[in-house]
Write a protein that binds this ligand. Structure first.
Ligand code: SF4
Ligand code: NI
Ligand code: NI
Length: 673
């Protein structure tokens, strides 16, 4: 038995001595938060031995800070599969999963499991129960040895080969608090409250840790994180459960309740697998993706025509589909329900993508007649057939929409001719739908929709979603908001009456202001939807893109989360993102979705799209065809080439020169300030 010597040893001689031995702090890449825990607790930017000591002293010799500084001082690049320090961009990307319920909490597993079965069972259970799990120490190799796949895409993140790397679990929580929670660096009190109340984190400790490692892990209790002992640790405040009940007890402590309904197919199903991919070498067969005709369609049908749970395969099953081939596929889902409406079809249809990806051996991208689906060799070896995709879909729709759907039946067409016929019919339906939504303008709507999902992490943040301005995470459109409200009237999407017009140009409405004031608990007084110079919408942290003013060139630039380089503002996305967010308004900056760039309302008050002077080339390419089309429609076909990117301007000087060279319209517009 190892006893936990001293609980939360503040400033022990050993720690003091170790801190005194620090010679340099190399620092981490791709973060705007320096050494995040030290920064969050003390506000000190730790970059060398003396600032490390300053943070340590200022924090009252907090052992977490010592651990962070010591770990950073010894920081070395890690080999695969280890991630080490997690970049800010990854945390932002996780933001939406943290609020939409597909990640319910965070777990850290450390130590050396004695048999591999218990560790594998715990990791699996955490995946099934929607937890995002981090691993530090021998547990990583133990899981790999048991055939459990690890990696961010599997929600089992191998931080590093020693327990010490567990610090990156804590520095992630500190950044979640600063990025989404608006916790100011140096406000230790708010950080602790935030971590306790919102982070929902738990640690599982296997045996084999040294006294020093135990002291480190024990220090996580400062953040209100409960520690579950899986054998060998005695004393202190650690909790010893029955090992088979460990996950359940851990989640009970966090107040997370989840019921997992097993779907009777020969592969595991969980949002934990949503991000994984199936590479060509791993794939048994594929469908669509430009290699064979494929489509998906969800339709509402009269009750009498839908037999709940029925799955039909028309055409060859997996046994007659050759390995490595591309086969045709039509996924047709018919649903019935008293409250189900035709206009909900597209919103539900988009869930097919998520659900197919939940399968450990099934993969799905895109939508409608652009889909691309793969089944892995491993899954097929375990008995997965085409039919099981149908079973998975039928079950998931019933489980996730219990009030809306009374019956779901799925038909999978693999017969080449029948796919083509059915695909044609589906395309007519897509066109019909598009015609219905297209042309919906903000002026046509009396009601916008709010989204406060992100209040889980950014307590005062409110997105106001209009037909021409989607939520800043890019995941929620006005139609999504409307339907989500109809499906669950007490949920995070509420109708917002526009009310009296204050300014058409700025997009300011009495009703919207009233709503935002209330929903932000009084933190935000005014919110202008089309102007970001004075009262922009708040940003929670999971924005796809940041738009900001570049006064030197009288224009506006946008930068997306995926872009890692520098921008003419002198800051990278990650640095910029660190200065906005947390549910506050930052004049001159806006967090937006990618598709908003294509909206007629984008930069309306700033003089329109002519203000746009710079965007990263990846974003430009992603939006190219749609953006060119828009610009052409406005008679500004030549503007596309005048928008600079990092290939022709990385600094403000180069940008100034470039814009002058192409005679960019922003240069002669009214002053933006
Ligand atoms: Fe968060 Fe806004 Fe997206 Fe809702 S719409 S999930 S509040 S970013
Ligand atoms: Ni590290
Ligand atoms: Ni958010």
């Amino acid at each position: 038995m190892t006893s936990i010597q001293e609980s939360l040893p503040r400033g022990t001689a050993a720690l003091d001595q170790a801190m005194a031995g620090i010679t340099a702090i190399p620092g981490y890449d791709e973060t705007a938060y320096h050494l995040p825990i030290s920064f969050a607790v003390t506000g000190t930017v730790v970059e060398d031995a003396s600032s490390a000591d300053e943070a340590y002293q200022k924090s009252g010799k907090n052992p977490l800070i010592a651990w962070e500084c010591l770990h950073a001082s010894l920081h070395q690049p890690l080999e695969e599969p280890y991630t080490g320090f997690i970049a800010d961009a990854v945390i932002r990307k996780l933001g939406y999963s943290l609020v939409d319920g597909s990640i319910l909490g965070l777990a850290l597993i450390v130590g050396t499991p004695q048999g591999k079965d218990l560790a594998a069972a715990i990791a699996r259970e955490l995946q099934e129960k929607y937890m995002l799990t981090f691993l530090a120490g021998d547990v990583v190799s133990s899981l790999s040895g048991a055939g459990v796949k690890v990696g961010l895409d599997y929600r089992l993140i191998p931080l590093g080969p020693s327990v010490s790397h567990g610090i990156h679990f804590a520095d992630l929580i500190a950044r979640v608090a600063m990025i989404f929670g608006g916790v100011a660096p140096g406000d230790a009190g708010r950080l602790l409250t935030y971590a306790k109340e919102r982070a929902k984190a738990v640690v599982f400790a296997f045996p084999g840790m040294t006294d020093q490692e135990i002291a480190c892990i024990d220090a996580l209790r400062i953040l209100g994180i409960p520690i579950i002992s899986l054998g060998g640790y005695e004393g202190g405040e650690w909790i010893a459960p029955t090992p088979t009940e460990a996950v359940k007890q851990g989640m009970d402590l966090l107040g997370i309740r989840v019921t997992v309904t097993a779907i009777p197919i020969p592969m595991a199903c969980s949002p934990a697998f949503e991000g994984k991919s199936i590479r060509k070498e791993e794939m048994y067969a594929e469908f669509g993706g430009g290699r064979s005709p494929a489509f998906e369609l969800l339709r509402v049908r009269p009750e009498a025509e839908v037999e709940d749970g029925k799955v039909t395969v028309i055409g060859p099953e997996i046994e007659t589909i050759p390995e490595g081939s591309a086969a045709p596929l039509g996924i047709v889902i018919e649903v019935a329900g008293k409250t189900m409406k035709k206009e909900y079809e597209p919103v539900l249809e988009r869930r097919i993508h998520n659900f197919v990806n939940y399968g450990e051996g099934s993969w799905h991208v895109a939508q409608r007649d652009l889909i691309w689906v793969r089944l892995s060799k491993e899954a097929v070896k375990n008995g997965v057939r085409v039919e099981h995709i149908g079973k998975l879909l039928a079950s998931k729709f019933r489980i996730d929409f219990p009030d809306l759907l009374d019956a779901v039946q799925v038909t999978l067409i693999t017969d080449p001719e029948q796919v083509l016929t059915a695909k044609k019919e589906a395309e007519a339906i897509y066109d019909e739908r598009d015609a219905r939504i297209k042309g919906m303008k903000d002026d046509d709507a009396d009601t916008f929709y709010s989204c406060t999902l992100c209040q889980t992490f950014a307590p005062d943040h409110v997105c106001v979603i209009t037909p021409e301005r989607p939520g800043l995470c890019g995941a929620i459109s006005w139609l999504d908001g409307k339907i989500a409200y109809e499906i669950s009237p007490a949920g995070a999407n509420q109708p917002v009456q526009k009310g009296g017009l204050i300014s058409a140009e700025n997009g300011e409405f009495e009703g919207v202001n009233r709503f935002v004031r209330k929903a932000s608990h009084g933190a935000i007084e005014r919110c202008q939807l089309y102007n970001f110079m004075e009262y922009p919408m708040t940003a929670c942290g999971c924005f796809e893109v940041i738009a900001l003013v570049l006064p030197e060139v009288n224009g506006i630039m946008v930068v997306n989360r995926e872009y890692k380089g520098e921008t003419p503002s002198g800051m990278s996305f990650s640095t910029l993102a660190g200065t906005i967010g947390g549910g506050v308004q930052t004049p001159g900056f806006a967090g937006i979705s990618k598709s908003y760039i294509l909206s007629d309302r984008f930069l309306q008050a700033e003089g329109g799209i002519d203000r746009l002077v710079w965007m990263p080339s990846v974003l430009k390419e992603e939006l190219a065809s749609r953006l060119k089309e828009r610009l052409k429609a406005q008679g500004k076909g030549d503007l596309f080439e005048k928008i600079a990117d990092e290939r022709n301007a990385e600094t403000i000087e180069a940008l100034t020169e470039f814009l002058a060279g192409v005679d960019h319209p922003a240069l002669t517009m009214d002053s933006i300030l």
